[in-house]
Design a protein around this ligand. Structure first.
Ligand code: ZN
Length: 280
């Protein structure tokens, strides 16, 4: 009997990534240790499965105090309300549609569903690392918000970094990913153009390393592109980038983007890029 916890711990050590949810093992270890927290009931000692154990060393929560806003591109219900989605909004350099439906793979996996899934995964990773995370939409069944509002959410949160997650719908022969950063437009975004550039390069590098996906074969230079026509960037007063994570119309990229295990890899890579920037 007494040997069991040690064996459990050894197994956890070997498969560390699979042991985040070992509430039972963690609680048992906590109870066996000398009581550092006086007069806690057992119920109080067991944290919710989604939360890390109480007294984590600071190093395991490197993003404590950082605010990240994640913008999952588009929304699953956008196609239902063309009037709302097509309404023109001012993005400083031009007037554009409030939002769009986004693209999809040839067999119908939508960009909106993809960005929502990746954003949820990314949220969990960043929260586990201590960050405060806000999303620009609550689910994948609604409409919008407009690109102006997506930028405003990051500004209002005073985000240390903001990222808009997308996948592209280019010609079938094109593949790879690219990061989009803001340009100076003689507007409020100008003061975060430099920081956004650093954020974009950090995410580009981490994404390449973590996913192995190629730099875009059709846009940008070494997967870096700069634009002044995107409301989500033009209206941002916090460091912000877009990432086009792959081309959903390319068979090779699409197969990866459809794979949940690969989407987890994407989320980890994005988290690593954000962390690299935020800790620099
Ligand atoms: Zn998109």
């Amino acid at each position: 009997m007494r040997a069991l916890p040690a064996i459990a711990l050894a197994v956890c050590g070997l498969i560390a990534s699979g042991c985040g949810g070992t509430a039972a093992g963690g609680a048992a270890a906590g109870q066996a240790a000398p009581a550092t927290s006086v007069r806690q009931t057992p119920a109080q000692r067991v944290p919710p499965a989604s939360e890390p154990l109480g007294a984590e060393p600071a190093a395991t929560r490197p993003l404590e105090g950082k605010v990240v806003v994640i913008d999952p591109g588009h929304n699953g219900g956008n196609y239902r309300d063309p009037k709302a989605v097509n309404r023109k909004v001012n993005v400083l350099t031009q007037w554009k549609a409030c939002d769009t439906t986004g693209t999809a793979t040839n067999d119908g996996y939508s960009e909106a569903a993809f960005t929502w899934d990746v954003s949820k995964r990314l949220t969990k990773i960043l929260k586990d690392r201590g960050a405060t995370v806000k999303l620009t939409r609550k689910n994948n069944d609604g409409v919008g918000p407009c690109i102006t509002e997506r930028a405003a959410i990051g500004n209002k949160a005073k985000a240390d970094a903001a990222i808009s997650v997308h996948a592209d719908g280019s010609a079938a022969g094109n593949h790879g990913f690219h990061v989009i950063m803001p340009k100076k437009i003689d507007g409020p975004v100008d003061k975060v153009v430099g920081a956004s550039d650093r954020l974009g390069i950090a995410v580009r590098d981490a994404y390449k390393k973590g996913t192995g996906l190629a730099y875009s074969t059709y846009i940008g230079r070494k997967a870096l592109d700069y634009r002044s026509d995107l409301g989500g960037l033009n209206l941002s007063t916090v460091p912000k980038i877009f990432i086009e994570t792959g081309n959903m119309r390319n068979a090779g990229d699409a197969a990866k983007l459809k794979d949940p295990a690969f989407r987890q890899k994407i989320a980890v890579a994005l988290a690593n890029g954000l962390q690299h920037y935020l800790k620099a």
